[in-house]
Design a protein. Structure first.
Length: 492
């Protein structure tokens, strides 16, 4: 279970405990005190869950050191990234000024959203972060889907490392669980020699791309078609590659479909002329799949424009960065459906303003945790736009859905008998009744009860049928206004 799920479950549990304790307490003050104590205990559990989460991932049996990349460091890394890449990345050097700007924008997003871990005592430097991230930008530079969200952890070892599962020494590895491992010595070497057709970072990230496509992590259908085409070509040429008949491709590429794909990716970027000469079908298949042509070094590696089948999902995209399509989708949906939370808040606040406020605060905090790094630290948007997304997109949809579920899914039903002290008509033509119960409060009832209230005043009572919903917020189901027994006896 990931950390976000733990946060959500704990907050919901806090809310439920608050309601149950308050309900079962005869004195509201005591109930609130107990509930707040419970919330403090649960907050401690939340902090412990966060610490355990970081320790389990970063330490990995005491052998890894997590390197967070806060906003200040991202700014510092980006300030020096151009110089690092000009010195180390021939691919970046050949881009136009516009291409470099686009490359650095994607680089920032990837650095902000990936987690970097130094293994075997290695301290993660800016160079390591930039080079490892730049390989992903390079691999997916022609694509709309470029982030590979499944793979969010990157482990960097000083040199060759031992893999217990495979029981062998490795230079790099990629796990479907979302972990990519590099030997820094070999990763760095991959950027030093462009002509050897070997680049560890591109190789492992090619595995990550293939796993993502096979697992359906991307909605770009042409990637699946391209992968199928390349896999078939690999099987066609496998025996010739194994026999060493092609100078550009090392025999290791014939091991299996995954190694063919990854090894060809290395040559595709480092020696495109050789790959195009030896295996033109394979080269053109990669150009089609990755939507870039490394041979076109004067045109930012632009591939020929492809004709795609009509797709409503594709046409609805407002920005080319498909990793952030959910931002536009949530903003539009939240704006169109904002009437739902407005209605539901009006219903719930009638009897439970504090729990509604706590529920809203919980969702706001959760949204901040989930999206601040993705949207603000990544540089995708500024803080003001982020707040707009949080209110109109995230809060509108989650509040609407949560309060609707709370309204229609009762957890605990009850009724309350309360004396009516007075009533008044609001400017909105609503009948508001003042109740003298544990506290004086007003509640809206139907106008049809006005005649009854006029007749039985000041001896009116009302029964309020209520329930606590799925998220522990009280909702009024039905109200009955009637003359009290004391009033009936008086009239007799």
């Amino acid at each position: 279970m990931n950390y976000s799920c733990q946060v959500s479950m704990i907050f919901n549990f806090i809310q439920t405990q608050f309601v149950l304790l308050k309900t079962n307490s005869g004195d509201d003050g005591v109930g609130v005190a107990i509930a707040l104590t419970f919330m403090f205990v649960m907050l401690l559990i939340l902090v412990k869950a966060f610490i355990d989460f970081r320790r389990d991932l970063a330490a990995e049996k005491g052998n890894a050191k997590f390197q967070d990349v806060p906003l200040r460091r991202i700014e510092r890394i980006l300030a020096g990234a151009d110089e690092i890449l000009r010195f180390r990345s021939p691919y970046y050097n050949r881009l136009s000024d516009f291409g470099k700007k686009r490359f650095l924008k994607r680089l920032r997003i990837i650095i902000a959203e990936k987690e970097f871990y130094g293994k075997d005592g290695l301290e993660i430097t800016d160079d390591m972060i930039v080079l490892a991230s730049s390989a992903l930008v390079q691999l997916t530079f022609g694509l709309e889907s470029y982030f590979l969200p499944r793979f969010y952890r990157i482990y960097i070892h000083p040199s060759i490392f031992f893999n217990k599962l495979l029981e062998s020494n490795l230079r790099g590895s990629t796990s479907p669980s979302g972990v990519i491992r590099f030997s820094w010595r070999h990763l760095e070497h991959g950027f030093q020699d462009e002509d050897d057709g070997i680049n560890l970072a591109l190789h492992e990230l090619a595995h990550a791309l293939m796993i993502s496509v096979e697992s359906g992590d991307t909605d770009d259908g042409h990637l699946s078609d391209g992968l199928f085409m390349i896999t078939e070509l690999g099987r066609k040429y496998r025996n010739d590659i194994k026999a060493g008949r092609y100078e550009s491709i090392r025999p290791y590429a014939a091991s299996n479909d995954h190694e063919f794909f990854a090894c060809c990716i290395e040559v595709f970027f480092e020696n495109p002329e050789r790959l195009k000469r030896d295996l033109p079908e394979v080269y053109e298949a990669f150009v089609w799949m990755l939507e870039q042509d490394p041979h076109n070094r004067l045109g930012d590696y632009a591939a020929p424009i492809q004709k795609r089948e009509f797709s409503i999902k594709r046409k609805l995209r407002l920005k080319p960065d498909s990793h952030y399509n959910y931002v536009q989708t949530m903003l539009i949906a939240g704006f169109l459906l904002c009437w739902i939370p407005i209605i539901m808040i009006n219903i719930h606040v009638e009897t439970s303003p504090l729990p509604v406020a706590l529920f809203a605060a919980t969702l706001a905090v959760l949204g901040f945790i989930l999206f601040f790094r993705k949207l603000v630290l990544s540089g995708y948007t500024d803080f003001n736009i982020f707040l707009l997304f949080l209110v109109i997109g995230w809060m509108s949809l989650t509040m609407g859905a949560g309060l609707t579920l709370n309204y229609f899914v009762p957890v605990y039903r009850m009724s309350e008998l309360a004396p009516v002290s007075d009533y008044f008509i609001t400017p909105e033509k609503k009948l508001r009744v003042l109740i003298d119960g544990e506290e004086t409060r007003a509640i809206t009832v139907g106008l049809e009860y006005r005649a009854i209230l006029d007749r039985c005043k000041p001896h009116c009572e009302m029964t309020i049928y209520q329930h606590y919903g799925l998220f522990g917020i009280k909702v009024v189901d039905e109200i009955e206004v009637f003359e009290s027994n004391e009033g009936s006896d008086q009239y007799q």
